[in-house]
Design a protein around this ligand. Structure first.
Ligand SMILES: [Zn+2]
Ligand SMILES: [Zn+2]
Length: 241
């Protein structure tokens, strides 16, 4: 019998030159700032960047939460990933309902966001509501390294200990099926893998309508993968479990 280390599927290996081109998104433990944007280049929560006033969840009517707002225009590292042409890449999800349980697309226009797809369930609410405006926190990017692409079950387990593993760029680190990208809902072309919003992060939070603190939870160690179509200014979100 082979050892557990030998059971690792080598066909999941990545092209050496490509896999490291990405960044881990880290949300430091810091108090949020209500209604203000921190000086940080990149941030989580708060108001939407640019000319967009709001993006409303089509399932429950709540303003979507900007999990990450990445300032591509001001960061050459992000521009080199070749994933987005807009000034800001803004990753929006609903804190209140199950919208993300089916693939959904967000398309960015000059001053609005169009949302296509997603779960439209009844009853949609998992929270009674959220306190607005959302708090804003600075976030940091650290370059992906070899350790972020484990080559054995042992190294994979070690990486698992470091969750949440949010990511911009690079590739998913487990399972070939994760290479299957959704098609763009506008142009019908396969979208490009662009990163991961990982499960539970205690540093990404808001308050519900009764004042209770809620953290970013995607599911039981599940993730939300996101994909971009540069031509259509679209981002797709796919629930991975
Ligand atoms: Zn919703
Ligand atoms: Zn497209």
């Amino acid at each position: 019998m082979s050892s557990s280390e030998d059971d690792f599927d080598e066909s999941d290996a990545f092209p050496e030159d490509y896999r490291l081109k990405g960044y881990r998104i880290v949300v430091p433990q810091e108090e949020g700032i209500v209604g203000l944007r921190p000086d940080s280049l990149h941030s989580s929560g708060g108001e939407l960047a640019g000319n967009i006033k709001e993006a409303i969840c089509p399932n429950c009517g709540t303003p979507l939460f900007p999990v990450f707002k990445l300032n591509f225009a001001a960061d050459a590292r992000l521009q080199s990933l070749n994933l987005w042409e807009g000034d800001f890449l803004q990753l929006l999800r609903c804190f209140v309902c199950f919208l993300e349980h089916y693939v959904y697309w967000t398309y960015f226009k000059e001053d609005s966001v169009e949302i296509i797809g997603g779960c439209r369930s009844e009853p949609p609410h998992i929270l009674p509501g959220v306190q607005l405006p959302y708090l804003c926190r600075p976030i940091q990017l650290t370059e992906l390294t070899e350790c972020d692409y484990p080559s054995s079950e042992k190294l994979l387990a070690a990486l698992d200990q470091k969750r949440p593993l949010h990511q911009i760029g690079g590739l998913p680190f487990r399972g070939k099926y994760m290479f299957v990208s959704p098609n763009c809902a506008k142009c019908d072309q396969p979208m490009q893998f662009a990163g991961v919003i990982d499960d539970e992060d205690y540093n990404v939070y808001c308050y519900d309508s009764e004042g209770f603190y809620c953290t970013l939870i995607i599911g039981d160690l599940d993730s939300l993968y996101f994909y971009t179509c540069k031509a259509c200014m679209g981002i797709a979100f796919k629930f991975i479990y």
